[in-house]
Design a protein around this ligand. Structure first.
Ligand code: DLL
Length: 435
């Protein structure tokens, strides 16, 4: 790594020793976690069997369901007395997934987040407003302590109250915005409604994460706010934010391999795939004491990029998430990812970045897909013919990408729900009368 390009926080990274770290991680989990001791016994494995990356592939995967069943403290590997903080993912169904952090975990987590922020170009001279929720969600606290560790000035706004966020952002001369990309878009819209020009704010860098950012969304945010939009990735089950993030090259997200061991598998056969192949990301954090997890199946679809990056960092990158294995919509035998629909819609200047997918189901199986497309003010017309023609062009374009034509419903400007957190794109509707 060409260290001169790096900030102090990144220069302090330990040299990589994946085999050594994996051995230690496995033996720690076996010794301290009743969950993993049972899992190893079931698989007929002893920690000594794990000597390198190859033998590590014998360790059974951990799934979301395992963590759900372990609710609330079944994954703990230390006495609860040593847990300083709990976070949990909200989850759409069933029990939340809980994770707990020791002091050592919190220190490493902040360090990891600090490195991600430094990589995106944030420095100790910056003022960062955190618009992620502070609570069980890992986004608010995760970015908070990472940015503090970096030495930046943190404005811990949390989510909601968009008007006040805007007025403080202006008064405080905030130059870094930390939020979901959908909130950054919503904030720009609200700013305009209130008579501000977003370009008059001092924003320089967006540290966005928690959900995918499409190229169209990134361009839109950069143009509206005049900032450099970066994305960073993480998930509660592994630690929260601070797993991978972009350098200024914006060519994928560098994984902090000194903290996490990444693998890509075929989600069906569970076979490990080589760098460059697309599949499901599996992660093993290498530092966790509190709630360790081995070979966690993230459900996120991506690929690892091993080619050197022009920035000089040698950490492998992961490509942008194209979908989640459990997000795939199977309708009439066709597999569809919401990101494919988003990409098609982004090609139409008449539609806003807000859309919803309604899955019309009968007895749990999807019978019909409706895409609710919101028009922009300029795309809106009171001429029925024009709207009909637009609808037909959108349907044609979706048909050629998806190999099936969903129902299209054009919605009036600003009629779809906005969010201050992660966008909720999918709505399920059960209807017994469907064919
Ligand atoms: O969203 C952690 C986080 C907070 C990351 C703030 C970055 C910034 P969860 O709520 O558990 O944790 O959701 C994790 O969100 O499995 C991905 O599907 C998705 N996700 C997170 N970041 C990105 C990203 C946090 N940059 C789930 N791009 C993950 C695409 C992302 N998807």
């Amino acid at each position: 790594m060409q260290k001169k390009h790096l900030s102090a926080v990144e220069r302090s990274a330990k040299p990589l020793d994946p085999a050594g770290s994996l051995k230690e991680t496995v033996s720690y989990a076996f010794k301290n976690s009743p969950f993993y001791r049972r899992a190893f016994e079931r698989a007929g494995l002893k920690p000594e069997d794990i000597r390198d990356a190859e033998s590590f592939s014998r360790v059974p995967f951990t799934t979301k369901n395992d963590l759900r069943e372990a609710y609330p403290y079944g994954m703990a590997a230390v006495p609860l007395n040593d847990i300083l903080r709990i976070h949990a993912s909200s989850g759409t169904t069933g029990k939340p997934i809980v994770t707990g952090y020791t002091r050592h975990d919190l220190e490493n987590w902040s360090e990891a987040v600090a490195r991600i922020c430094a990589m995106a170009g944030v420095t100790s001279a910056d003022i960062a407003q955190i618009s992620f929720g502070y609570g069980l969600f890992t986004g608010g606290f995760g970015l908070h302590y990472g940015l503090e560790k970096l030495g930046a000035t943190v404005v811990p706004f949390s989510s909601g109250n968009t008007e006040r966020q805007l007025s403080l952002m202006q008064d405080f001369k905030t130059n870094v915005l930390v939020s979901t990309p959908s909130f950054a878009i919503y904030m720009a819209e609200t700013a305009r409604d209130l008579g501000y020009d977003p370009l008059d704010f001092k924003l320089k860098i967006g540290l966005f994460g928690g959900e995918p950012i499409s190229e169209a969304m990134r361009e839109d945010i950069e143009k509206q706010w005049g900032l450099k939009a970066t994305t960073n990735y993480g998930l509660t089950e592994v630690v929260g934010p601070g797993i991978s993030g972009e350098c200024p090259e914006i060519k994928g997200m560098h994984i902090l391999e000194e903290f996490y061991y990444p693998e890509i598998i075929d989600p069906q056969s569970e076979e490990i795939l080589p760098d460059g192949s697309t599949g499901e990301l599996v992660l093993t954090p290498l530092f966790k004491e509190g709630f360790p997890v081995l070979r966690y199946r993230t459900g996120d679809i991506t690929r690892l990029i091993a080619e050197p990056c022009a920035c000089g960092r040698t950490n492998r990158r992961m490509d942008y998430i194209t979908g989640r294995s459990d997000d795939m919509i199977i309708i009439k035998g066709v597999n569809i990812f919401p990101s494919q629909i988003e990409e098609v819609l982004a090609g139409f200047s008449e539609v806003s970045p807000h859309y919803k997918l309604v899955l019309h189901k009968k007895k749990g199986s999807i019978k019909d897909l409706e895409v609710q497309v919101e028009l922009t003010q300029s795309g809106f017309s009171d001429r029925f013919r024009e709207l009909e023609a637009l609808e037909s062009r959108i349907r044609q374009s979706l048909r050629s990408t998806l190999s099936m034509a969903p129902r299209i419903k054009l919605m009036e400007p600003k009629s779809l729900e906005r969010t201050t957190g992660k966008a909720k794109r999918i709505i399920e509707s059960e209807d017994q009368s469907l064919e």
